[in-house]
Design a protein around this ligand. Structure first.
Ligand code: COA
Length: 335
């Protein structure tokens, strides 16, 4: 049984995006597209891309973790668990999280990867919250990190305009002021895996010359279908969480949605009935960074949040996976 009196809170945030950018104008030179099309269909203006081959996902995750550690003066040896949500691990085996933990000096932690695509960070908050509420572990470093440029086909205009690289990290520990992760509504539907996937490299389609020639190592998606399910399911999950917590669109301070596509967010916002100004967005700068979008939003808006702010999260991703969560923000950045 979880202890209902104990809550897990986000007590620190960190982030990292590579310096190099890939603008819509750059993409105009690579595929048959236009800045006008990309902005009007997705809201994206640029993405950050880790061009350095020595900077895989672990590098992004380590930099985000270091940023958090330095900002809040966290002792890495006090961390119990390092959880890395990603679909672009450095390698399929070994997992990325243990390497990240070792590199940041989390010498007393165990570590594992969590694969739930664009819902990875949301699922990760739920896992971290449950561990903390159970009393089993005290300090969890949750990182959402993806180097999407490593699996994007830059000759496929339907996917390459959307994705970017980045990482965000949060520290979750026991709340001391009553604010923190309240609850969530999480779901999945495996029949959706035919609409968003990377075919080869797993046990179903091991890489060989044929899968390579077919481009099976690239991310593929049926954009229109993903779009429809994303709006439908993020809206439904958000409404479930609002009902569970007696929240109204007026009482919610911020909606932090997965940064999939500005039109997906706009349609979801309308379905939930939340005011435009409460929807936090940074997709224009980063594109869709998969597991990193939610913590990158938290990092960008950290100075705006006040202790007690009511934040509703919503995400949807490959699998399909989706959900929503309710969190009351734990601290003012200035204090
Ligand atoms: N530039 C110019 N034209 C493009 C284009 C691009 N980058 N990408 C697609 N098009 C074209 C298509 O070929 C199609 O042309 P056609 O009608 O001649 O066949 C037309 O634009 C419309 O394509 P469609 O796929 O219906 O566009 P869309 O409005 O659905 O936008 C996405 C495409 C991918 C931006 C959109 O579907 C989307 O964002 N889906 C969700 C993706 C996502 O979030 N994935 C991550 C998991 S959450």
């Amino acid at each position: 049984m979880l202890n209902q009196a104990v809550k897990a809170a986000i007590t620190a945030v960190g982030s990292y995006v590579p310096k190099e950018t890939l603008t819509n104008q750059d993409l105009e030179r690579m595929v048959d597209t236009s800045d006008e099309w990309i902005q009007s269909r997705t809201g994206i203006v640029q993405r950050h891309i880790a061009k350095n081959p020595l900077h895989p996902t672990s590098y992004l995750a380590i930099e985000a973790a270091k940023n958090l550690i330095q900002k809040k003066n966290v002792d890495p040896s006090s961390i119990d668990l390092v959880l890395v949500a990603t679909i672009t691990p450095d390698m399929n085996i070994a997992a990325t999280a243990p390497y990240v933990a070792t590199q940041i000096g989390a010498s007393n932690a165990f570590a594992f990867d969590l694969q739930a695509a664009c819902s990875g960070f949301l699922y990760g908050m739920s896992v971290a919250s449950a561990y903390i509420r159970s009393g089993q572990y005290k300090k969890i470093l949750l990182i959402g990190a993806d180097k999407m440029s490593s699996i994007v086909d830059y000759s496929d205009r339907k996917t390459c305009v959307i994705f970017g690289d980045g990482a965000g990290a949060v520290l979750m520990e026991k709340s001391t002021n009553g604010f923190g992760y309240e609850n969530d509504f999480l779901r999945s539907d495996g029949s959706g895996r035919e609409f968003l996937y990377m075919k080869s490299g797993g046990s179903l389609h091991p890489i060989n010359a044929t899968t390579f020639a077919e481009g099976g190592h690239y991310l593929k998606q049926e954009g229109r279908t993903v779009f429809k399910y994303a709006v439908q399911n993020m809206s439904l999950a958000a409404k479930e969480v609002m009902k569970k917590n007696n929240l109204t669109s007026e009482s919610i301070d911020y909606l932090v949605p997965h940064q999939a596509n500005q039109r997906i967010l706009e349609a979801t916002r309308k379905n939930i009935g939340i005011e435009d100004k409460k929807v936090l967005m940074n997709i224009q700068k980063y594109g869709n960074t998969t597991a990193a979008t939610l913590p990158l939003v938290l990092a960008d808006y950290e100075s705006t949040f006040k202790a007690g702010d009511k934040i509703l999260f919503a995400a949807f991703g490959g699998g399909f996976t989706w959900g929503a969560a309710y969190l009351t923000w734990n601290y003012d950045q200035s204090t």
